[in-house]
Design a protein around this ligand. Structure first.
Ligand SMILES: C[S@@+](CC[C@H](N)C(=O)[O-])C[C@H]1O[C@@H](n2cnc3c(N)ncnc32)[C@H](O)[C@@H]1O
Length: 372
C-alpha cells in the first residue's frame, strides 16, 4: 500500500525537521539503489560469463568477455552535484506550495518489499536473454497482436516487456532502483513548470498524461492539482490496471484511463489545457516520436501547454555522454542512441508549438512548449 495523500498529511511539516527527514528518506533509497545495482550487476556478469563458458565448451570456440562500460570519477562528481540540486529543488517546491510535502514521501514500501525478491528471481531469465541476444521475447500466453513493432521489445530487458501484469508489478520498483530513488523527484519537476504555465483562474483544467504507465505522474498531479480533470493514456493494459489500482487509493476524482496508441489518440482536437509525458520518448523510434508530438499538439487547446520529461540528451548535457553510453550498454533501449541526438524542440515546432523553456534536472531534461 502507498501512503495516502489525505488532507491531514498535506499540512506543512516544520521545515528543518521535514527537510532532514526528506533527505534521510532520499539517501536511504539512494544507498539501497546503488547497493542493489552493484550486487545485481556482479551477479548478472557472473551468470553471463558462466553461460559463455558453457557455450565455449560445447562449441570449442572461445567467446570474448562482454565489455564493461563504466563512468569516470569526473562524471560521478557531476552526477552527485546534480543529485543534490534535484533534492534541493524538490524540497523548495514543496515549501513553496507547488505540491504537498506528503508527496515527497509517497512511496509504495509494502509493494516494493513484496516484489523485491522477484527482481532477483528474474535475473537468470534476463541473463539467458542477454546472452542469446533475444530482446523481443514474449511468453506464449501473451498476445502481441495489434501493437506497433517497435513496442514489442523487452525494454530494459524486462520479462514480457510492457505486456504482463508481473512486469507492471515490478516496474516502479525497477525504476526506483535504476535511478537510485530519484524517479519520483524527477517526475515532480514537471509540476512547477505546469502550474506556473496554467491559467490560475481555471478551477478544473483538463490534463492528459501520455504514456502514463502505472500512474506515478497522475498520482502527483492529483496531489498537486486536486480539482484538475485528469486523464491517462497508455498502450499497455497491464500497466493501466496497475495505475487504476494505485490511483484508486487517492481521494478525489479518479483519472480517466484509456488504452490507446499515443500516435493516434482517440480524443477530439483541442480537448485539454495541458498534456504531459514522462519517460516515453527515448523508447520510441524517430517517426513515432514525431507522430506522438503531433498528437499531443492536436489534442491540446490553442494557447495550451505541453510538458515533456525524459532522459538528458547530448544537446543539453554533453558532459553526461558516458552516463548515456553506460545506460545503453546496461539496458536494452533500442531507440536511445537516436533519441539522445534528437531535437525535440524542432519536432515541437513542426507540430505547431513554441518551445518556451528547456531545463535539466539530474539525468532528465524538461521541455515546456505552448500550442500556437
Ligand atoms: C518508460 S515507461 C514510462 C511510464 C510512466 N510515464 C513513468 O513515468 O514511469 C514507457 C511507457 O510508455 C508506454 N508506451 C510506449 N509506447 C507507447 C505508445 N506508442 N502509445 C502509448 N503508450 C506507449 C509504455 O506502455 C510504458 O507504460
Amino acid at each position: 500500500m502507498s501512503m495516502q495523500l489525505s488532507p491531514e498529511l498535506s499540512l506543512p511539516i516544520p521545515s528543518p525537521l521535514g527537510e532532514a527527514a526528506y533527505r534521510a528518506f532520499q539517501w536511504s533509497k539512494n544507498i539501497f539503489g546503488f547497493a542493489h545495482k552493484a550486487l545485481s550487476t556482479q551477479a548478472s556478469e557472473l551468470m553471463l560469463s558462466l553461460l559463455s563458458d558453457l557455450q565455449a565448451l560445447s562449441s570449442g570456440k572461445s567467446i570474448p568477455p562482454r565489455a564493461r562500460v563504466g563512468v569516470s570519477a569526473a562524471t560521478l562528481q557531476i552526477l552527485r552535484a546534480r543529485y543534490e540540486q534535484l533534492l534541493q529543488a524538490d524540497w523548495q517546491d514543496a515549501e513553496a506550495g507547488y505540491y504537498p510535502h506528503a508527496l515527497l514521501f509517497d512511496n509504495p514500501w509494502l509493494d516494493f518489499a513484496r516484489h523485491y525478491p522477484e527482481v532477483w528471481l528474474d535475473l537468470p531469465q534476463i541473463a539467458r536473454r542477454v546472452h542469446g541476444k533475444r530482446y523481443q521475447e514474449f511468453s506464449e500466453d501473451i498476445s502481441t497482436e495489434g501493437y506497433p513493432k517497435y513496442y514489442l521489445q523487452n525494454f530494459h530487458y524486462q520479462t514480457n516487456g510492457y505486456l504482463s501484469d508481473d512486469s507492471a508489478e515490478l516496474y516502479d520498483l525497477q525504476v526506483e532502483l535504476l535511478f537510485g530513488g530519484t524517479a519520483d523527484a524527477m517526475r515532480r519537476r514537471i509540476i512547477r513548470l505546469l502550474k506556473d504555465a496554467l491559467d490560475p483562474t481555471l478551477t478544473s483544467p483538463h490534463i492528459l498524461d501520455v504514456a502514463c504507465g502505472t500512474g506515478r505522474t497522475l498520482r502527483m498531479l492529483r496531489g498537486s492539482l486536486p480539482k484538475a480533470a485528469l486523464y491517462g493514456l497508455d498502450l499497455s493494459a497491464a500497466y493501466l490496471r496497475k495505475a487504476n489500482q494505485l490511483l484508486q487509493e487517492l481521494p478525489g476524482e479518479l483519472p480517466q484511463l484509456l488504452r490507446a496508441n499515443a500516435e493516434a489518440m482517440p480524443y477530439a482536437d483541442a480537448t485539454f489545457e495541458a498534456v504531459t509525458s514522462v519517460f516515453l520518448f527515448h523508447e520510441l523510434p524517430g517517426p513515432a516520436r514525431q507522430n506522438v508530438i503531433h498528437e499531443m499538439s492536436r489534442v491540446v487547446k490553442p494557447g495550451g501547454w505541453l510538458v515533456i520529461c525524459d532522459s538528458v540528451q547530448l544537446l543539453d548535457s554533453p558532459e553526461l555522454e558516458e552516463t548515456m553510453e553506460a545506460f545503453m550498454h546496461t539496458f536494452h533501449e533500442p531507440y536511445y542512441r537516436d533519441y539522445i541526438r534528437d531535437d525535440l524542440g524542432e519536432r515541437l515546432q513542426q507540430a505547431g508549438c513554441e518551445v518556451l523553456r528547456r531545463e535539466t534536472h539530474y539525468v532528465s531534461t524538461y521541455t515546456l512548449a505552448r500550442k500556437r
